[in-house]
Ligand binder design. Structure first.
Ligand SMILES: Nc1ncnc2c1ncn2[C@@H]1O[C@H](COP(=O)(O)OP(=O)(O)OP(=O)(O)O)[C@@H](O)[C@H]1O
Length: 486
């Protein structure tokens, strides 16, 4: 049965043909056309087993005799095929990319129904294979795909904590104590509250705790609560459900709690968390499940929270601005990071570390400090702590030609404090948990640093103050990792 000339009017339009007859004629034609034009055709039955495959397709996928494929489950021959979904859902998949080995085919899949409309199988056509027609498009697709993979890799890397507890530079009693507490916190899985002025290294320690904890392979996600507009904090932390909002949020957003699942969430400036959200955070911490905004479904979580603050949280609790139950929940393990002025003996080692780090990052040679510049640096109060010190050294490195002397430094400091009295060294507390050798080493290191500070960085004088030879002094500096500088 075909459409005859009598079925056409003078314009060539088909007339007087019933839709059933038209369909009966067109269907086999369409199939023949697709079969001939396409790069391959395959059919499966209701169980997604192959019932037919044309020679072209068989050849493309390396099957010498198409009959050997018959009866096999589709995935056995085409591992990435989604024909099974089509036979199960009855829905076509009009255009898709299907991977085969290192190639990608552009495919279309349609369900096959019998005369009663009952689903009996599915047909798959390879519209184009990558090699012949779609090279430019596929090159673009492959390029985007590899860019996506690289970005995902970068993101995962960025979410890995960079710092370790050992990377927290300082051997003063105060620095050693906070590192000891951080190591202990890494062994436990409880919530941690890190207190300390701005720039003292709270985030660095949080990363160090994460890195030393059993969660080290999970993500480390940092959120600065104070940096997010109040109206967005809830969505940022807990996420939003799809459809809960219009515009950009329509698709829903994954909250930072979910991003940190399996790892650690660092909540910086926790004191700035709006009161209504404090209740929600408390619930998340207690229940270990999150309910995205606009959703009525809870998602289970496994996140450790490390919070940090530079403000007097107890005063906020007393003023009714911070929930006391949340305060107690966060304060399970409390760490206080000392300000730099309480551990001035650590300044020379910190300077050395920061200069090396800046040199590594910039590709420039490390800045050389003269003895008077070092002494001047050691005498400053550093209200912005290590961050301020780092920023100053960075500015100096960019502005100067590899060498920083006292006079130039005075020009860079806002309100320079002259080095006069030696910076007091925090006393070492005798500890029953550390060995005698460790405690003696700590005292020795502090003595070296104090002598250096008192001698304004002059090593000969520092050695004399300590009553040891210059060579002996240098050997001890090296032994304590205080190295050469200036
Ligand atoms: N003990 C340290 N050893 C080495 N680098 C440090 C140390 N403390 C701080 N830094 C460096 O100083 C900078 C500030 O540290 P960090 O961001 O951890 O401070 P913070 O206390 O979290 O600051 P804020 O309260 O402002 O968020 C970072 O570049 C960090 O690497």
């Amino acid at each position: 049965m075909a459409i005859s000339r009598d079925d056409l009017d003078q314009h060539g339009l088909i007339i007087g043909v019933s839709p059933e007859r038209f369909r009966a004629v067109a269907m086999p034609l369409l199939f023949d056309h697709l079969n001939a034009q396409c790069e391959g055709t395959i059919a499966v039955n209701r169980q997604a087993r192959i019932v037919w495959i044309n020679d072209k397709y068989a050849q493309k996928v390396g099957i010498a005799d198409p009959r050997t494929a018959l009866g096999k489950e589709i995935e056995e021959v085409l591992p990435a095929s989604r024909l099974r979904e089509v036979v199960e859902s009855g829905q076509p998949s009009m255009l898709d990319l299907m991977a085969f080995g290192s190639e990608h085919f552009v495919v279309t899949r349609i369900p096959l129904r019998d005369e009663d409309g009952t689903l009996v199988g599915a047909l798959g056509f390879v519209l184009f294979d990558r090699a012949r027609h779609l090279k430019p498009l596929m090159a673009k697709y492959n390029n985007l795909q590899s860019q996506l993979l690289a970005t995902q890799h970068e993101l995962a890397k960025a979410r890995r904590a960079r710092y370790t507890i050992a990377g927290f530079i300082g051997a003063s009693a105060a620095a050693s104590e906070v590192k000891r507490q951080a190591r202990r916190a890494a062994q436990l899985d409880a919530t941690v509250l890190i207190r300390g002025e701005t720039g003292t290294g709270k985030e660095l320690l949080a990363q160090g705790i994460h890195n030393l904890s059993p969660r080290a392979n999970g993500p480390f996600v940092a959120v600065n609560v104070a940096a997010i507009p109040e109206t967005l904090v809830e969505a940022e932390l807990f996420g939003t459900a799809p459809g809960a909002f219009t515009g950009a949020e329509r698709k829903g957003r994954i909250g930072k709690f979910e991003v940190a699942n399996g790892g650690t969430l660092f909540l910086d400036e926790i004191g700035d968390l709006p009161l209504p959200l404090q209740a929600k955070l408390l619930r998340v911490l207690q229940e270990q499940e999150v309910e995205p905004l606009g959703s009525n479904q809870v998602k289970p979580l496994n996140v450790r929270v490390i919070a940090a603050t530079h403000i007097d949280l107890e005063a906020k609790v007393a003023a009714g601005q911070f929930r006391d139950d949340l305060y107690y929940r966060l304060n399970v393990l409390a760490l206080r990071v000392p300000p730099l002025r309480e551990r001035a003996s650590d300044i020379p080692a910190l300077i050395e570390h920061l200069l090396d780090d800046l040199a590594n990052r910039s590709g420039l040679a490390p800045l050389e400090l003269t003895d008077d510049a070092l002494a001047l640096l050691c005498a400053q109060p550093w209200r912005g702590n290590v961050r301020e010190l780092r920023n100053l050294l960075e500015r100096a490195q960019l502005a100067l030609d590899g060498r920083l002397d006292g006079e130039t430094l005075r020009g860079l400091l806002v309100d320079p404090v002259a080095p006069s009295e030696p910076v007091p060294v925090a006393p070492v507390m005798a500890s029953p948990t550390r060995t005698l050798a460790e405690q003696l080493a700590q005292v020795e290191r502090q003595a070296l640093q104090a002598a250096l500070t008192a001698a304004a960085g002059n090593r000969q004088q520092a050695a004399e103050r300590l009553g040891i030879s210059r060579a002996g002094f240098y050997a001890k500096l090296a032994q304590h990792g205080l190295g050469r500088r200036g």
